[in-house]
Design a protein around this ligand. Structure first.
Ligand code: ASP
Length: 604
């Protein structure tokens, strides 16, 4: 037996007991002729005391950090207690020990405050994983996994595995492909999600399916994405949108309860996509705070009539003018407003400037465009924005989409500065009634906003059936009936992050064919890519729908972190590389030959 106890469990109740521990040397402190060693394992740290004779031995053996020791001794009360750790009131007076393995000096210190940079820690991830902080993250991840499984099991869901070597499932990204040696010249695709399989399982009668499953998407890795990531993937048959919302609110609430000990009693708010865009400029708004967007002019139409009276080119020439009122900020200095102007001009935001009005504590209004506006106009402008005393009204003007995104970014930035984004507070929101289609300028065509299996809202099915998807006038695509069709889809948002999304699916062959056709697929292409699904829909496919949660992101948010990488044992870097394995890597000629693959000249 290597050990009688772990390094995290001994306390005063075990005084006098003989114990054996095994673990890694965290620190060695020589104290005159004796030595203290902190021994670490997954469960904690225990102080070992080596007497004079054993200290000489330790020195002879050149014991250092990260050596693996097995040590036997007697539990003693410590004179110098450390009440911050569970084992801090005792130490083990060692009688004999052995070295189970040596360690060379690690490239960074294995402690909470490490001196290792990101790249180095990723290269030696197996050492990084010894650190408490990462260990806590993985423990949290496992707790979320358990809470999800417990809930779904209780609700009658069945975990069914689906294959990884498949044919493309479109989720809007590129596929990773795998060449088939047995079928030369042919390739599998790795699943972007198990979408088609979970729908087929509904056809097969497994009416409540789930899986905590890897998905693979070959996309440019913008901030904090991973080419392989994990979803809690779910599907149900004989359900309507309401059933799904109820069931999965329950899932997330159960996770809050089991993982964060939070009893989320509030009703989960719901907002339509239109309202989210209107009020927050964003379809995944953070609703922990208000700071709602004021729509002064939208797509060329002045909603605030004062804009018609003032001759201020910035507003007059803009397609859209939006504002937000920041409380307790009317005393912002010139320097502070200049800094905000620079902030909106940054390339990521891309605005040409920022106008503002201050409504002082005394109610007096002052604006950055006083030259162009009289007192009465300024008053009605501020009233339209619903400005309160001591508010700073920030106003952006420009093209619709860009301005809406910018006001949303500014809203988040100001909330951060005002300390309104408390990471210990959780606020859930359902967003629904998304547009079914998005316009694709390049092909003057429609693309599915979610994925092509999403059903239109029942009331909009007719519009889809009765209209030709062809867009004859590109500049007027918004007038096309398809632009108005809403999807029977929903996203779950937590603190401004989309943590899950799903939809009620199409389950009739004709409607699915119509959908594929709207996306520009002729019948041959449809049969080639999705013949199996169209076929399955002819054998009694039940009405069904589902959702998938981004498991990594959910863990990161629950753990109060911005980075999903901290919650993945072996993540990839921003270039999609595993720097520990040094993957991806070239393969040898023989393998290429077997796969009948010839490489072109390398791109530089
Ligand atoms: N398969 C979808 C996704 O990965 C989720 C769903 O519709 O259930 O986004």
């Amino acid at each position: 037996m290597y050990r009688t106890h772990t390094c995290g469990e001994l306390n005063l109740s075990k005084i006098g007991a003989q114990v054996t521990l095994a673990g890694w040397v965290q620190t060695i402190r020589k104290f005159g002729a004796i030595t203290f060693v902190d021994l670490r394992d997954r469960y904690g740290i225990t102080q070992l005391l080596f007497n004079e004779e054993l200290t000489l031995q330790l020195e002879k053996n050149s014991i250092g950090r990260e050596f693996v020791l097995q040590a036997t001794g007697i539990v003693k009360e410590r004179s110098n207690k450390n009440l911050k750790i569970a084992t801090g009131e005792i130490e083990i007076s060692i009688t004999n020990y052995s070295i189970l393995n040596k360690s060379i000096t690690p490239p960074f210190t294995i402690q909470d405050d490490t001196d290792g940079g990101d790249e180095l820690r990723m290269k030696y991830r197996y050492l990084d994983l010894r650190r408490n902080e990462i260990k806590k993250n993985l423990e949290l991840r496992y707790a979320v996994n358990r809470a999800a499984r417990n809930y779904l099991h209780q609700q009658g869901f069945m975990d069914i595995e689906t294959p990884f070597l498949i044919k493309s499932t479109p989720e809007g990204a590129r596929d990773f492909v795998v060449p088939s040696r047995m079928n030369p010249g042919e390739f599998y695709a790795l699943p972007q999600s198990p979408q088609s399989f979970k729908q087929l399982l509904m056809v097969s009668g497994y009416d409540r399916y789930y899986q905590i499953v890897k998905c693979f998407r070959d996309e440019d890795l913008r901030a904090d994405r991973q080419p392989e990531f994990t979803q809690i993937d779910c599907e149900m048959a004989f359900v309507e949108q309401e059933d799904i919302l109820q069931t999965f609110e329950g899932l997330v609430k159960n996770i809050f309860k089991e993982v964060n000990q939070i009893d989320y009693k509030e009703k989960v708010e719901r907002i339509s996509w239109d309202d989210a865009m209107w009020n927050y400029g964003n379809d995944k708004p953070d609703t922990r705070f208000e700071l709602k967007v004021q729509n002064l002019k939208v797509k060329g139409e002045n909603l605030c009539t004062t804009l018609e009276e003032i001759k201020f080119d910035v507003f007059n020439s803009a397609e859209t003018v939006l504002a937000i009122c920041i409380p307790n900020a009317s005393e912002y200095s010139r320097k502070q407003t200049d800094e905000l102007i620079e902030w909106v001009k940054r390339p990521q935001i891309g605005m040409r400037g920022l106008a503002f009005i201050k409504k002082g504590k005394d109610g007096i209004l002052k604006s950055s465009f006083d030259k162009f506006i009289n007192e009465t106009q300024l008053n009605s402008f501020a009233n339209y924005c619903n400005a309160q005393q001591d508010d700073l009204i920030l106003i952006l003007a420009g093209a619709e989409e860009k301005t809406r995104k910018a006001i949303s970014d500014l809203r988040m930035e100001m909330a951060e500065r005002l300390g309104l984004r408390n990471k210990n507070e959780f606020k859930l929101l359902w967003v629904f009634d998304f547009p079914l289609f998005e316009y694709n300028e390049e092909g003057n065509s429609w693309v599915a906003r979610h994925h092509p299996f999403t059903a239109p809202k029942p009331s909009d099915i007719e519009i889809m059936i009765n209209n030709d998807p062809k867009i004859s006038n590109a500049s007027k695509y918004l007038d096309h009936p398809y632009a108005k069709i809403k999807a029977n889809a929903y996203d779950m948002v937590l603190n401004g992050n989309e943590i899950g999304g799903g939809s009620i699916r199409i389950h009739q062959r004709e409607l699915q064919e119509k959908m594929f056709a709207a996306l520009g697929m002729d019948i041959e292409e449809q049969l080639h890519k999705f013949g199996f699904l169209l076929g399955a829909f002819e054998y009694g496919a039940p009405p069904h729908g589902g959702i998938a949660f981004g498991f990594d992101r959910l863990c990161a948010i629950l753990g109060g972190s911005e980075s999903i990488r901290d919650f993945i044992a072996f993540p990839k870097n921003n270039a999609g590389r595993d720097v520990m394995l040094d993957a991806p890597a070239t393969i040898d000629e023989k393998q290429l030959h077997e796969l009948q693959i010839k490489l072109g000249s390398k791109k530089v």
